[in-house]
Ligand binder design. Structure first.
Ligand code: 4FV
Length: 261
């Protein structure tokens, strides 16, 4: 998988490319990230990449021409390497990204990502050159670089061979539309807190069942809308009912608010 990132701050990406799962995936050629600064695609003596907004108002807007030139150059380089890349712009106006979308993004051979700065980019650049617009959340960043890194990290870790244990991506939270179950490691006891007995049982079916029940219960309590979206099998509904009954027994308050819903 190939990413070409159009950015005024290429050095920021060392946070992603120097260490960790993504750095290892790059070393293993499971993915590649190319950074391109649109300032290198300017033609004027001031190498200007931004200008004042028509209609006045605060801030600056990224200019059309340097961005278009950078996108076309990046797509041409990718095509020369046999990769047909689609173009995505990271912005708060984009489609909200979630795990299912990340999985779809990871299925494409290549993406050119535009990391905006200032107030954003000239709208005509989006109309003429952008295939998809993505948002990582309803808040405003000072630049699209962090958003591009978030997307690339979430995508690259899904690629075959990127994670040590192939299964771990499949067991991810959100991978099955649920929040993740609790995790424990040594020591077995901390103060009076013991690791749930089932996890010490060696009974993998019981452990799987407990982890699913925990994921269902926590999703119900913390993100009920995800469960509405996802739906549940009869077995899962039964597991959730048992979880909530157990929860209301151990923490009466839990019962109270449930009945209200
Ligand atoms: C953003 C987001 C985001 C907006 C103005 C960059 C900034 C500045 N990108 N999801 N939320 N972008 O806040 O993707 O140009």
């Amino acid at each position: 998988m190939r990413f070409d990132v159009i950015t005024l701050f290429p050095a920021q990406f060392t946070a992603l490319t120097e260490e960790g799962v993504v750095a290892r995936a790059l070393q293993r050629r499971i993915a590649e990230i190319h950074l391109r600064n649109p300032r290198d695609d300017t033609t004027d003596v001031h190498r200007s990449v931004d200008d004042r907004p028509y209609g006045g108002g605060p801030g600056m807007v990224m200019r059309y021409a340097p961005l278009r030139a950078a996108i076309e150059a990046a797509r041409a380089e990718a095509a020369a390497a046999g990769v047909r890349s689609r173009v995505a712009y990271l912005s708060p106006q984009g489609e909200r990204i979630h795990q299912a979308k990340i999985a779809r993004i990871s299925a494409a051979p290549g993406w050119v990502l535009i990391a905006g700065r200032y107030e954003g980019v000239d709208e005509r650049l989006i109309e003429d050159c952008v295939d998809e617009e993505w948002s990582i959340g309803d808040y405003v960043l000072s630049g699209g670089e962090l958003a591009a890194m978030v997307v690339m990290d979430a995508v690259i870790r899904l690629l075959p061979g990127a994670l040590g244990h192939a299964d771990s991506a499949r067991q991810d939270s959100h991978a099955n539309g649920l929040l993740d179950c609790p995790h424990y490691t040594r020591p077995e006891t901390i103060a009076d807190q013991r690791v749930p007995q089932v996890l010490l049982s060696g009974d993998h079916r019981a452990i799987e069942r407990w982890r699913l029940q925990q994921a269902l219960g926590r999703t119900w309590q913390r993100r009920p809308e995800l469960l509405q979206e996802r739906g549940m099998s009869d077995v899962e509904q039964q597991l959730l009912d048992d979880y909530l009954r157990e929860a209301s027994r151990s923490r009466p308050s839990v019962g109270a608010e449930q009945s209200e819903q």
